[in-house]
Design a protein around this ligand. Structure first.
Ligand SMILES: Cc1ncc(COP(=O)(O)O)c(C=O)c1O
Length: 300
């Protein structure tokens, strides 16, 4: 990251990348109390546009509220800061990371700790290693929905994702898959999952997962393309019933899953339905489908 150029927006100021630093006794660093977003910006014929900016900002504020954070900026100001930063950093395409965190304070109770907001934006290409990834079911269960607020994007939740990812990589797989506490398929470490059977897409229900914006976008798009969409419990033993599987998320976008543990989907590459969804999603994010212009915030 040290090679990164440009600015990081910190509490209202554009700070040169190398100078955007925090104190080592930061509450969020020690206790996982930061909340954050992952947003993507895409090149369109009218310049760079940010995908579903308002919904990401809404989720950021929802997450901050769960951590008891009092924001010093309005949603409108944060959305504008994201747009300004993309312009300032001269990004055409890239990833945007707003993070709200508590400042210097030790002891779990964050009361009295300063609430800080930083936004970074940098070019970031493909997140997953391959067009079609191999996935290992984790021995770690996804966080129990009774243990936290699963609709919030809290940095502490990602310890669960990281142990699962490390385990999968160590076993030679590209990515992990977490089951929920009942043994149903939940999600990837940073992605939601879909399964395809004939003309219907199935995705795990909200509850144990972070119900992502890409998941929502794919459900809307798939229905428009004529697919049925159902939120459903899926178990590992059911995998042979499905023709295809794919991950979705802001970072991963739409990414085929070639195999889960020993089960290979089709020929192991990207299936036809996944390809159709991916191509149509690409048109939306690049502003080529006028129907979905409402999901794009253009950088002016
Ligand atoms: C655990 C987890 N699930 C799902 C997602 C996908 O969410 P979104 O599509 O909003 O990026 C993410 C990424 O933010 C995630 O971290």
């Amino acid at each position: 990251m040290a090679d990164k150029k440009g600015y990081i927006w910190m509490d209202g100021k554009f700070t040169p990348f190398a100078k955007a630093q925090i104190h080592v006794l930061n509450h969020s660093l020690h206790y996982g109390s930061a909340v954050f977003e992952g947003i993507r910006c895409y090149a369109t014929e009218s310049g760079p546009a940010i995908f579903r900016l308002q919904e990401h900002i809404d989720r950021l504020f929802h997450s901050a509220q769960t951590m008891g954070m009092k924001m010093s900026f309005t949603k409108k100001q944060v959305a504008q800061a994201v747009l300004d930063l993309v312009k300032k950093n001269k990004l055409q395409e890239g990833y945007i990371r707003p993070i709200v965190f508590y400042g210097e304070k030790m002891g779990l109770d964050p009361a009295g700790a300063p609430v800080k907001l930083a936004i970074a934006a940098w070019p970031w290409g493909k997140y997953l290693a391959k067009e079609s990834v191999s996935v290992k079911t984790s021995s770690f269960a996804r966080i129990h929905p009774g243990s936290s607020v699963m609709t919030a994007k809290i940095s502490g939740h990602y310890a669960n994702s990281i142990v699962a990812s490390l385990e999968a990589k160590k076993a030679g797989f590209d990515e992990a898959l977490l089951l929920d506490w009942r043994g149903n398929i939940a999600e990837g470490p940073g992605e939601n999952i879909f399964f395809v059977k004939n003309k219907t897409l199935y995705t795990p229900k909200a509850g144990t997962i972070l119900p992502g914006l890409t998941r929502d976008s794919v459900m809307v798009l798939a229905r428009e393309l004529g697919y049925g969409v159902a939120e459903k419990d899926v178990r590992l033993k059911d995998l042979p019933k499905y023709d295809e599987a794919f991950f979705v998320g802001t970072a991963a976008e739409i990414n085929a899953i070639g195999k889960i543990d020993g089960h290979i989907f089709g020929a192991g590459g990207e299936g036809a339905v996944t390809g159709e969804i991916r191509e149509n999603y690409a048109k939306i994010i690049h502003g080529e489908n006028k129907k979905y212009k409402k999901w794009l915030s253009y950088v002016k």
